[in-house]
Write a protein that binds this ligand. Structure first.
Ligand code: NAD
Length: 427
């Protein structure tokens, strides 16, 4: 899902579905409608006693887009987007649609969901107790629509393993006081979480980069890599690429962007950022603009921070061979044809950052069977899913002569249509 300022996110999500239908020759308006529209949107009232003794009523959402391939899956965010609650409703609808396609592209037997509460706990400086009471009351309010075989939420913006554990606790107590860890993922290890969850997104991106490099005949040993951002997704992508012998030459954060021509070690950059609060000022680095960072000559560019970074103007100046979108929606739609025209291979976000949802799925499987795998076992299972997702997408890209972004959507929509056709409509 690519969000454009001021636009309706759900309209954008719907357009992506329709674009895929165009390529696939799905003309039936009813079928298109079925694929685009969420199955259910739940909006709940969350009354909470605040620390000052007063009562506040928050609004929560859970949107369940499609479950033809398995239980709904997707995050719960605590956020206050600019457009208010009405915008948030459209946003969770769009994000749930996008989760359907993300799960389908890597063939995870789950569907798409998304939810959240219209609140910004950081901005409002809510206490731990207030956040816990909000979380538990929200869990109570949605407990009828979630469950290991129904809908399995996960952390998202401003939610962590702690909130996931609280939701699991409420759900279990509401359902006969049972231990039901498979109701939610992203839990701490002690509460039934999975190995490899913290590195999953970055590691998944690297599996994609490795396959993209083979396809483009780029040698990863000695390859020049630029990271945009220096957070969870980009740091682990950088670390695993370093293991493959690549040279990381650029990074950025909210304070600025830097290029280090001779390359830097990711752990040294982490230490520098911990000491100074930013990647800026790293010894031997040159401060550059965001555009200069993105358009530096390199083999692999990993946008791993924000949406809407690669505009048409930036795309014209790109000098990389592979882009792996660790972030969600870093490329604007008008940039895609330009990038495709330059023969740069783009691994689209729904594939390049699917490592997170892959490990979420594997956490759910471990919870359901009550047996826990090692880091290596989890990583290998994720690698198989993502590598196959990459090659399935590449094959469609060649067959339909479309870029990898469109190919990934065609693959995902095709898989959902298949599942739907097998089940049909009942009642
Ligand atoms: P994070 O908060 O750990 O890191 C974000 C990074 O972006 C930080 O280094 C921050 O300083 C940097 N940043 C912020 N403003 C910036 C600016 N103006 N210019 C350059 N950098 C800036 O977040 P994350 O979890 O790494 O997520 C990054 C992206 O990856 C998001 O789009 C997110 O949706 C996506 N993603 C993350 C995961 C995951 O599991 N972490 C999974 C799927 C997708």
């Amino acid at each position: 899902m690519r969000r454009l300022a001021g636009s309706d996110p759900f309209a954008n999500a719907t357009k992506q579905v329709n674009d895929a239908c165009d390529i696939m020759g799905i003309d039936d308006a009813g079928m298109r409608d079925y694929l685009a529209t969420p199955n259910r949107l739940v909006r709940v009232k969350i009354p909470v006693k605040m620390d000052d003794g007063g009562i506040r009523v928050f609004t929560g959402f859970r949107c369940q887009h499609n479950n033809d391939r398995g239980p709904y899956k997707g995050g719960i965010r605590y956020f206050d987007p600019e457009g208010g609650e009405a915008y948030m409703e459209r946003e969770v609808m769009a994000l749930s649609s996008w989760m359907t396609w993300k799960c389908a592209v890597v063939d995870i037997p789950m569907g798409g969901g998304k939810g959240g509460i219209y609140v910004n706990p950081k901005k409002e400086k809510l206490s731990e107790g207030e956040v816990e009471r909000i979380t538990r009351r929200f869990a109570f309010a949605i407990s009828e629509v979630i469950g290991p075989e129904k809908d399995v939420p996960a952390p998202d913006v401003y939610t962590t393993g702690r909130e996931m554990e609280q939701i699991m606790d409420v759900y279990g107590k509401m359902n006969g006081n049972r231990q039901i860890p498979g109701v939610i993922t992203g839990k701490p290890l002690v509460a039934g979480g999975s190995q490899a969850r913290n590195v999953a997104t970055g590691l998944g991106t690297v599996y994609c980069v490795r396959e993209a490099a083979r396809t483009m005949k780029v040698k990863l040993r000695g390859a020049k890599v630029v990271l945009q951002g220096f957070g969870n997704a980009s740091i682990f992508a950088g670390e695993y690429l370093e293991e493959e012998g690549a040279r990381i030459v650029g990074a950025s954060d909210s304070k600025g962007s830097v290029l280090v021509p001779r390359g830097f070690k990711v752990d040294r950059m982490i230490a520098h950022k911990q000491k100074t609060g930013s990647v800026v000022g790293y010894p031997g680095s040159r401060k550059v603009s965001a555009e200069e960072l993105l358009t530096e000559k390199c083999d692999v560019l990993i946008p791993g921070a924000l949406e809407n970074q690669i505009t048409a103007g930036v795309a014209e100046k790109l000098r990389c061979r592979i882009i792996a979108e660790a972030a969600n929606g870093p490329t604007l739609p008008e940039a895609d044809p330009i990038i495709h025209g330059k023969k740069i291979l783009v691994v689209p976000d729904i594939l390049a950052n699917s490592g997170g949802v892959c490990v979420s799925y594997l956490e759910w499987v471990q919870n359901n069977i009550g047996y826990y795998w090692t880091f290596k076992e989890v990583a290998e299972k994720m690698e198989a899913k993502i590598t196959k997702g990459f090659h399935d997408t590449l094959a469609i890209s060649k067959k339909h002569k479309v870029d990898m972004r469109r190919a990934a959507m065609v693959l995902a929509v095709g898989r959902v249509v298949d599942a739907f056709k097998h089940k049909g409509i009942w009642p």
